[in-house]
Design a protein around this ligand. Structure first.
Ligand code: ZN
Length: 198
């Protein structure tokens, strides 16, 4: 026998399938939503559908954006010859928040992980190599300091080295396994300034 209505069970199942939401949180959220005013629920549902329908990848750096080009790539104030490679859009946002980095980015959407069966072709690496055919003087690899992040950094470094383009890696000092997005701005800037040649 179902303890709750079938509708609530379905909502709980959908919420529990989201990353970072356990069974208890899913229940709490589901009951909260059922008790919310209808217009608020509709606004929430619409914002999810709108985001899904309108957000796309930037044509240049592959971050998530509403336009063909993201604000960073379309800015003339940015140094387009300097590309910082990050694992995901959250890492880009972390560096953007410092307000000190004036180059552009490239978002890989993942990292190489032999254990999880994620290879170079599963992340946006080909797209990065295509960008390097343009006017690029430095590639800063800012993948996380996890095993996957380091593997990815080494792989990209080896790939770019023969092109003669300067390739650097942000300094560690960032805790091992630490996601860039959780690290404070000072540490991020120190890691950027202390970057080393690969
Ligand atoms: Zn972009």
């Amino acid at each position: 026998m179902d303890l709750y209505s079938g509708h609530i069970n379905r909502l709980i199942d959908e919420l529990a399938a989201l990353p970072g939401i356990g069974a208890k949180s899913a229940q709490r959220l589901a009951f909260h939503m059922v008790n919310m005013p209808k217009d608020k629920v509709e606004r929430l549902a619409k914002s999810i559908v709108d985001a899904k329908e309108n957000v796309r990848y930037c044509r240049e750096c592959y971050t998530l954006t509403d336009q063909e080009l993201c604000p960073v790539c379309s800015s003339r104030k940015r140094d387009h010859s300097m590309i910082m490679v990050v694992e995901n859009a959250r890492d880009l946002a972390a560096y953007e928040k410092t307000g000190k980095y004036m180059g552009v980015y490239h978002v890989l959407h993942g990292a190489i992980s032999p254990m999880l069966g994620i290879g170079p072709n599963d992340i946006r690496l080909k797209e990065l190599m295509t960008r390097l055919e343009g006017d690029v003087t430095e590639v800063i690899i800012a993948t996380n300091s996890s095993l996957e992040g380091e593997t990815t950094a080494m792989y990209i470094g080896k790939l770019i080295k023969p092109t003669g383009i300067r390739v650097t890696r942000i300094a560690s000092g960032v805790p091992v396994g630490g996601d860039l997005e959780y690290i404070d701005e000072v540490t991020l800037l120190r890691a950027l300034e202390g970057r080393i040649e690969l």
